[in-house]
Each structure stands twice: as structure tokens, then as C-alpha cells.
Design a protein around this ligand. Structure first.
Ligand code: COA
Length: 254
């Protein structure tokens, strides 16, 4: 088991399962193995009665720099036919039966941003940055963000985020409805965990029904994920995407 994703059960916050991205030397970029660990944890949490709420956290100053670029490049070079590991996590997010909250401090890039569209409440520090440079990497939006972001924030802001690749500060993300609350960096974790524990203490049946009603039918969300995946997989193998990944890797080598 890699230490890059930690599952924690903090005793001060009963009923809460923390799924923590813990690869700070790579800005918590997510590899295939990490996606698999995250989706397994989410699926197992679904049938564990001692878990009432899930909390996604990163490390100090960084939630996630998104998909691991080396993984993108090797997928592109191999002309990958298989389903990207990220898709397993996306399906687990859609299927998650328990409330999910997230706490962001710092960078939230690519899936580090789109993941929160599946969370019920997100708290971010005032130094956070939400950004999805999909098109600049010759990719397309994923995680059903092309459906959910316009619903949440309207076409123009969704276009700025997903197509223009514009960065959103925590305040902009809150004003756009992408996240719930902005706090100081030193309290992101405690506020997120307290929120998760607060939800965990509520009458479980009522909360589950309320959540399902608020989230609505997830069939369209899943269908959009599949549609996006087809384009994403094609684009991943394109010459323009390969060039973008290589540019990142060679910049790093210098
Ligand atoms: N995949 C793999 N490694 C990544 C990464 C990613 N998505 N993002 C950052 N890293 C690595 C860097 O390569 C570097 O590794 P090194 O120390 O071995 O060279 C380390 O994390 C620190 O990153 P660095 O770029 O030096 O930090 P920075 O503060 O200057 O910039 C970012 C941080 C996140 C802005 C920049 O790394 C970046 O643009 N990353 C790519 C983000 C991205 O496009 N993700 C995909 C979205 S679909």
C-alpha cells in the first residue's frame, strides 16, 4: 500500500473517514495507484456502518496538482486502450452513498478542482487556487464538470474555468458556488473535520434522503462522464496532448 493516500479515522471526529492525498513532493499529483486506493476506500466506506461521512484533504499548501503528468505521458505514448484509473474514482464519487466534504489549502488543479463538484460541502483557505488547464493540455473537461460546472456557476464562469483555463481564487470559487466557505489556512483542516463530524452526528436516514434529493438523479452525471471519457481518451493519444505533456516534463528536467 502506498503512503501517497492515507486513510485516517481521527478519534476526535467520530464517524469520519479522511481520505488524504499525501504526496507533497509532487504537489499531491495523483497516480493510477492513488486513484485505485481512493476508489477502493470510497467503495468500502459505502458498506462500513462506522463511516458516516467522508472528508477529502490534501497537505499543507496543496490539495492536488491534478493527474500525474508522467502517467498522462505514458498513457499517451502507449496509445492506451484501457480505461484510465481516474475513471474508477469518478464512478465511485457518483456512486458514493455517504456525504462527502473536502478541505482545500492551496493548489487545486484539474481533478483537484473537479472532485469538489461531487462533494456536498467544500471549505478552502484564502490562499487556494482552483484551475483546470484541460484545453491548454489539449485535453477536455472530465468528472462530468462540463455538465455540473455550468449548472453550478453558469455558462460564462464555467467556460472561463474549464475552457479558458482561468484560475479562480478561493473567494471567486465561493462566489461562483464551486465551494461553500473560505477560511484561514490554519483552520481548514479543523473546520473541514468539524463539519464532517457534524454531518456524521445527524440522523443518518434523514440526511441520506436529503442528500439524495439535493443531488438529484446521477444517471445524467454518469452518462456525461462516459461521453467526456471518450473524448478525453482520444485527446490523450493526440499529438497535441503528447507535445503538452512532453513540454511539462522537459521544463521540469531543466
Ligand atoms: N504530475 C506530476 N508531477 C507534478 C505535477 C503533476 N501534475 N505537478 C507538479 N509536479 C511535480 C513537479 O514535476 C515537481 O517535481 P520535481 O521536484 O521532481 O521536479 C514537483 O511536483 C513540484 O512542482 P513544481 O512545478 O516545481 O512546483 P511549482 O510550485 O513551481 O508549480 C504547479 C506547481 C502545480 C503550478 C506546476 O507543477 C504545474 O503546473 N503542474 C502541472 C499541473 C497540471 O497541469 N495538472 C494536470 C491537470 S489536468
Amino acid at each position: 500500500m502506498s503512503e501517497h493516500v492515507l486513510m485516517e479515522r481521527p478519534s476526535a471526529y467520530p464517524g469520519v473517514l479522511v481520505i488524504r492525498l499525501n504526496r507533497p513532493d509532487k504537489k499531491n499529483a495523483i497516480t493510477a495507484a492513488m486513484y485505485q486506493q481512493m476508489s477502493r476506500a470510497l467503495i468500502e466506506a459505502g458498506s462500513d456502518d462506522t463511516v458516516r461521512t467522508i472528508a477529502f484533504l490534501g497537505t499543507e499548501g496543496c490539495f492536488s496538482a491534478g493527474n500525474d503528468m508522467a502517467d498522462f505521458l505514458s498513457f499517451a505514448m502507449a496509445g492506451g486502450q484501457e480505461e484510465p484509473a481516474a475513471f474508477g474514482l469518478l464512478k465511485a464519487l457518483v456512486g458514493a452513498s455517504k456525504p462527502m466534504v473536502s478541505g482545500v489549502d492551496g493548489l487545486a488543479i484539474g481533478i483537484g478542482t473537479t472532485l469538489h463538484l461531487h462533494c456536498d460541502l467544500t471549505i478552502a483557505s484564502n490562499r487556494s487556487l482552483f484551475k483546470t488547464p484541460f484545453v491548454d493540455l489539449a485535453l477536455v473537461p472530465e468528472a462530468a464538470s462540463s455538465l455540473l460546472a455550468p449548472l453550478v456557476m453558469g455558462h460564462q464562469r464555467a467556460f472561463a474555468l474549464l475552457a479558458l483555463g482561468e484560475g479562480f481564487s478561493a473567494e471567486q470559487a465561493r462566489d461562483a458556488g464551486l465551494i461553500w466557505k473560505v477560511v484561514a489556512p490554519e483552520v481548514v483542516e479543523t473546520e473541514t473535520l468539524a463539519l464532517a463530524a457534524n454531518l456524521a452526528a445527524k440522523p443518518v436516514q434523514a440526511l441520506t434522503i436529503a442528500r439524495n434529493l439535493i443531488r438529484g438523479d446521477q444517471a445524467a452525471v454518469l452518462a456525461r462522464m462516459h461521453e467526456e471519457l471518450e473524448h478525453f481518451a482520444m485527446q490523450l493519444k493526440s499529438a497535441e496532448a503528447r507535445a503538452a505533456f512532453q513540454a511539462f516534463m522537459s521544463k521540469k528536467a531543466k
